[in-house]
Design a protein. Sequence first.
Length: 750
Amino acid sequence: MAIAWIPDAARQSPLWADLQTQLSAGESLLAAAPLDLASDQRFAAGLLACSAHRLFAWDAAAARWQHWPLAGLTLRTQDAGGLAQLELMGPQHRLASFPHTLAVQTELLRLVEAVETLQAGRRLEDVEEDESEQFDHELLTPPSTWVLLRLGRFAKPYQGQLLLGFLLMMGATGATLVPPYLTMPLMDKVLIPFQNGQAIDTMLVGLLLAGLFGAALVSWLLGWAKTYILALVSERIAADLRTATFEHLLGLSLEYFGNKRTGDLMARIGSETDRISVFLSLHALDFITDVLMLAMTAIILFSIHPGLALATLVPLPFIAWLIHLVRDRLRTGFEKIDRVWGEVTSVLADTIPGIRVVKAFAQERREARRFKEANAANLAVNDKLNKTWSLFGPTVGLLTEFGLLVVWAVGIWLISRGAVTVGTLTAFLAYIGRFYGRLDSMSRIVSVTQKAAAGAKRIFDILDHVSNVPDPVQPERFEKASGAIQLSGVNFRYGSRAVIKRLDLDIRPGEMVGLVGHSGSGKSTLVNLICRFYDVSEGSIKVDGVDLRRIAVSDYRRHIGLVLQEPFLFFGTIAENIAYGKPGATREEIVAAARAAHAHEFILRLPHGYDSLVGERGQGLSGGERQRISIARALLIDPAILILDEATSAVDTETEKEIQKALDNLVKGRTTIAIAHRLSTLRKADRLVVMDRGEIVELGPHDELIARQGHYWRLWEAQARRVDESEDASSQGGLMVVAPNPHQHQQVAV
């Protein structure tokens, strides 16, 4: 069993080394997964692993390892909210349970699959991984040099320029081969006869020198032209590749971005395309020139003397074998370097936008340590690869020197027998210098080719990814929406975890519906499905009687306004941010939207009014100001369906009142779906949808649900009790701390 399903998080666990001591002779671990909770649901490091015949688990309470034979074991998972539990069942009773957060559930699900595979007597490497489990197939697919041929579709629009560049290249290469050929008559008909007492033929010397000068001039002119043309083409190919990758990335579903890090994606679109551009404009050009030079030189050498030409080719089989030997190591090594560099940029992408949080919690040293560790990993991978590469170049140089020695020996022997002249050997050695020089250059291009192949593979991994929210082949027209929403038998799963179950709901046009429930009950997921950020696993969602999957995504989302708990503003002016959903909006429309959102007054107080620059992510504005700009942005597009996701939860009471006035203007005449933890903000809703564990448990107006004294009543009472307790604590100058028992509390003086 060659493949082990062991994630880095398990190998880096402090328990990993200790687990190795529990293995018998010849026993090895085949799968592992980290745990992050103890049996009492406190955060604690744990580890679960299996070999071919045993399952191992760390018992934190007893500080020891437990193990069970795989035969007869059953592993099953349960989850609720943000917590989950893995139960280990024996033939007759439960043997153990392992609570954990959803952060490690993917690795644990993979461990469960590995155990089931081993119990069935199959090899892990023969198991097809289900993409719905969200495993990263990109890491399992080695890069191939042939992936560079896929760049051909980006080169197709420039085939005319490429053909011209190729012809210029052939001309330039041919011109560089003229001077060595002219050295033969220069040696045999001018210099050697002069040494033997004959007069120099000045006419012949002039013609030969003119030929040498002309060849050099033509080679320079054609070389400049082909380099310039092909450099322009390669830059355009790289730019088209960059644009196509970014456009495709924007078309992918949120699920794809949930599994990727921002820094890694930035590195792919930025540095990888730059690397490909350099490869195409410089190294690929040099490689083609080298191939042409070798082919033309070989033809000339065989035409001059076949025996000497064969002696020249002695090192070629050894160099070819050496290239084949190191090629795979270089290719996989460079792809690993790219991934590790993606980790370095990911640390930067995490830390720089979150610098306020870093400084607020005094975690500068921690982030510096994270960067240092990622940088050290990058250095280690590069060092490992350089061990191979540093030996490769000098070895090729040694082989070419050996080949030159063979040519000298054979040439001297042939001259001694009168088979060739000194001029012929001189020309031969000049050609050999070019031949071996190009051979050495070709061997060195192995490195940059593998780097480009690794980069191209990472880019095509994006381009090959198909969105989980595809546009229909023949979309239905959806120009105007009334806002009627019908959910029928909706089920949705994140991987193997069921989040929405058997949900049915009809929302009338212009109705305001509030979604309430505990964290993890499925409210945000339901909103994501209605926005079609994800597609349902089963059932259907219809708007105005049309299934969302039959409408073009862009056409549908033009009718949706979204106001989030944390509004995102782009770097630009206030006016540009308000008009983000309608770039062609007039200044009058922008101002009208800002007035309706109660943002006009504070905007006018800014130094440049609507032309004031907003810092990245809205730096320089308060939370309430950012939220009102977000509301103005939603108002401007005049959506038929409005989504409010905790729109007032992150602001103070006074700001909440201002935002609530803006929201009152926003919801008029629109189908509104609002999520709020402050239940008092939903009292104006026509109906409340109470959710629990992905299901609707209650549905109706506020007063009706209170009268039922069910789920909603309990949520209302619990929230009211917390408010009362908070007010009591404030009036007594203390801080309320709620104990685990909800009927007890204690005062702590502050």
